[in-house]
Design a protein around this ligand. Structure first.
Ligand SMILES: Cc1cc2nc3c(=O)[nH]c(=O)nc-3n(C[C@H](O)[C@H](O)[C@H](O)COP(=O)(O)OP(=O)(O)OC[C@H]3O[C@@H](n4cnc5c(N)ncnc54)[C@H](O)[C@@H]3O)c2cc1C
Length: 467
């Protein structure tokens, strides 16, 4: 049997790779990656510079790993919906194997590829693996998707038992009669992008090293440290999970086997990831619309100056500004800082969560449609099991609690580095002489006034908050 294994940017690994294992067990294997202009045209690649850097590095490593195993990654430019069926016919493949994608546009792509392949009599087999359980398979007693996380997690967790597939020891060489218009993996420069040296390294080896060091250190204290913006208390595996340089099953199994006090809270976060994917599978429209219909037509403001201040990290609120700057510098933001920054944009500034969502997708290395959309809707209060809209993070209180010494702020907002701890989250309270020496803006909105404005606007649109 001759199989095409179609790698698609969410499974850039050789370990625990169902399609690769099945293809290798059944005969000839043709590993394929398509450089679809939807992502790889320079004008599209510019929309995701950090994700592209991580992806290209991971792809390079995949190419090396496949060569080490005796095979070869064929990289072909063109639209997937045309290239895959055409090459499958040309190469006389008997099946095409790939991992399933959750996003609506990925599902539509796969539907079209499946139709074209079916017309040629070639099966297109999709494997689970992006999530711990097949999306849509965790259901309420009535047979629908859960709308609240906790019961979802309770139903999901006992069923998770990852059946990991060992990395193949060898792969057969790509058949000699397979010749294609292959091209080298493009460089960042070829796509018109400058590499960012501060980004996490992509690839399965770097991901494995991150996992090992997390298991050896922060996992034990994860429950205590995960909210601390000033500590390296989380796994930093989000980009690995997004691009599939590590399978989520493997990460789950590793943390569960390690055990200890931190394992439970960590697995719970993997379940939040799971929840967001199952949500998007059930309600594909979530990428465009709020989960809560009452938020349709919400009177978000337009305010170019406020938007500029938020994106540039110049709002005058230290944690919000630290998050904005970390995002662009590292392509990463601590989860607590993401929540504070997103709440500030939507509630203090009353700007549309979709603006923030797009900005994050642009800059994040782990930018993931399902998780990012869920995170923004949660923060704005319009999502599934979201933070209630009438709860508004106080950025100062958040800073005092989760960055008590101000180390996170000092790292990302160096113009405040010399302030004493008591003033680091409220620099406007510094004595006049000290303030005059700070090259840092006054708050662009007053917390109490902004809070009152959001509550009044939301109450008028949504009705009274529950008492
Ligand atoms: C506004 C906003 C936008 C977000 N956008 C993204 C995004 O684009 N991509 C992304 O991967 N995560 C996103 N998150 C979730 C979370 O912030 C990141 O997953 C986390 O900060 C990544 O760091 P880590 O790998 O060290 O996480 P850890 O704390 O080590 O958690 C382990 C893994 O669990 C998952 N996870 C953790 N927290 C969450 C969460 N709240 N929701 C869903 N999954 C979670 C991630 O895959 C993460 O890698 C967003 C959250 C918010 C509030």
């Amino acid at each position: 049997m001759r199989s095409i294994v179609w790698f698609r940017g969410k499974d850039l690994r050789v370990a625990d790779h169902g399609p690769l294992v099945e293809a290798a067990a059944s005969g000839e294997v043709i590993p394929l990656f398509v450089l679809d202009p939807h992502f790889f045209a320079p004008e599209r690649a510019r929309l995701l510079p950090h994700r592209m850097q991580f992806l290209l590095a991971s792809l390079k490593e995949l190419e090396t790993s496949l060569a080490r195993l005796g095979s070869r990654l064929l990289v072909v430019p063109g639209r997937s919906v045309e290239v895959v069926p055409r090459l499958a016919a040309l190469w006389q493949a008997e099946q095409v194997l790939a991992h399933r994608w959750v996003e609506p546009f990925g599902r539509e792509r796969d539907r079209r590829v499946a139709d074209a392949l079916e017309r040629a009599g070639i099966p297109f087999k999709r494997f689970e693996g992006e999530t711990l359980l097949p999306p849509g398979s965790v259901q309420t007693g009535q047979g629908g998707m859960f709308r609240v996380f906790t019961p979802f997690a309770r139903a999901c967790a006992p069923r998770v038992a990852p059946d990991l597939r060992a990395e193949p020891k060898h792969l057969p060489p790509v058949p000699l009669d397979v010749a294609a218009e292959t091209v080298p993996i493009p460089s960042m420069e070829a796509l018109g992008l400058a590499a960012n040296p501060r980004l996490q390294a992509g690839g399965e080896a770097a991901g494995g090293a991150r996992l090992r060091s997390f298991l050896a250190g922060p996992l034990a204290r994860y429950g205590l440290d995960r909210d601390r913006m000033d500590r390296p208390g989380t796994s930093r595996l989000s980009a690995d999970l997004k691009f599939g340089t590590l399978s989520v099953g493997l990460v789950w199994r590793a943390a569960a086997e390690q055990g200890g006090a931190g394992a439970g809270p960590f697995l719970n976060e993997l379940l939040w990831r799971e929840f967001s994917h199952h949500l998007l599978w059930t309600w594909p429209e979530l990428l465009d619309r709020p989960f809560r219909p009452s938020f349709e037509g919400f009177p978000w403001r337009e305010d170019a100056a406020a938007w500029e201040a938020w994106t540039q990290g110049c709002t005058g609120y230290p944690v919000v500004d630290a998050a904005a700057r970390q995002l662009k510098a590292e392509g990463f933001v601590h989860n607590r800082a993401r929540m504070v920054a997103a709440s500030f944009l939507t509630k203090h500034l009353l700007l549309d969560y979709r603006q923030g969502e797009a900005h994050y997708l642009h800059w994040l290395t782990d930018g993931d449609w399902a998780q990012n959309s869920a995170g923004w809707q949660w923060s704005a209060g319009c999502g599934c099991d979201a933070q209630p809209w009438f709860r508004i993070f106080n950025p100062v209180a958040q800073g005092l609690k989760f960055d008590p010494d101000g180390a996170y702020v000092r790292q990302w907002v160096p113009e405040l580095a010399a302030l004493p701890v008591a003033l680091i989250h409220e620099p406007w309270k510094a004595p006049k002489a000290l303030r005059a020496g700070l090259d840092y803006p006054e708050p662009i909105v007053d917390h109490a006034l902004a809070r009152a404005r959001f509550l009044a606007t939301a109450k008028a649109h949504l009705g009274r908050p529950p008492t």
